[in-house]
Design a protein around this ligand. Structure first.
Ligand SMILES: [Cu+2]
Length: 255
């Protein structure tokens, strides 16, 4: 009887070991255990107390994907979010990529994506040239050209990552909301923009000014816009929108 029990325990233990090895899961760090109820059945990585992300969730980029069988932000499409669509009517929109974003959701802070996003330097062009991101996002700056590039910004806290060659990368974490001009000291003609905002609810409008932001929490929010040609007053202007659960809210923005 006792032997059978020991055998069963050993079998259960080796099965769970095999599963852990298969998935590469780690046990939660003791300091992370308080958060466990947020993602039942999913191990944390010990380094940063976050749930193991579900690969299915990564496409939605809500910054809240914590793993498990269901993606919390996909669930939220049904529970408490809607879609914000609309048009920005301004002469600059056709030529200059324009970011539209929900300025803030009071009392909520949003985690950056688990993985860095990428801005390449190719044929002496920052690609993409205008990149919105939630505060805390890390950018991997690549160099795909056969010569050296540099990345620096004269804006906000200012940074200079130095120079590096082809197929190398250097990273920078954008923690402070604001627009950063991205420059290359080797090629004065190169210019790009990182637009750091407080929420993950943003989009770049097309050349007609149309935009679509999915999974926006239901509620009344202020929307702002950014492009390199808008004046400070236009950048500060906040446009009221109301998003209803499961519905599409349509708005026209006239800066
Ligand atoms: Cu360059």
């Amino acid at each position: 009887m006792r032997t059978a029990l020991v055998m069963a325990l050993v079998l259960t233990w080796s099965l769970s070991q095999a599963r852990a090895q298969e998935t590469g899961d780690k046990k939660p760090a003791a300091s992370c255990e308080k958060q466990e109820s947020r993602c039942p059945g999913v191990w944390y990585t010990s380094e940063n107390c976050r749930c193991k992300p579900n690969p299915r969730c990564q496409a939605c980029r809500c910054g809240e994907c914590t793993g498990g069988d269901k993606c919390p932000c996909v669930e939220k499409v049904r529970k408490g979010t809607g879609t914000l669509t609309g048009t920005i009517s301004h002469k600059t929109v056709a030529k200059f990529p324009t970011v539209v974003y929900v300025d803030e959701i009071p009392d909520r802070k949003f985690a950056p994506p688990d993985k860095p996003i990428v801005i390449d330097q190719k044929n002496k062009v920052f690609s993409p040239g205008v990149v919105p991101m939630v505060a805390g996002t890390t950018v991997d700056f690549l160099n795909s050209d056969g010569f050296e590039h540099n990345v620096n910004s004269p804006d906000n806290e200012k940074f200079n990552l130095g120079n590096w060659g082809q197929n190398e990368k250097r990273s920078y974490q954008f923690t402070r909301p604001g627009a950063y001009t991205l420059l290359c000291s080797v090629h004065p003609e190169m210019v790009g923009y990182a637009v750091v905002v407080k929420t993950p609810y943003f989009a770049v409008a097309d050349e007609k000014g149309n935009f679509r932001i999915a999974n926006v929490p239901a509620g009344s929010w202020k929307v702002k816009i950014w492009n390199e040609r808008l004046k400070p007053k236009q950048l500060e202007a906040a446009f009221a929108v109301t998003v209803e659960e499961g519905k599409e809210a349509k708005t026209e923005i006239k800066p």
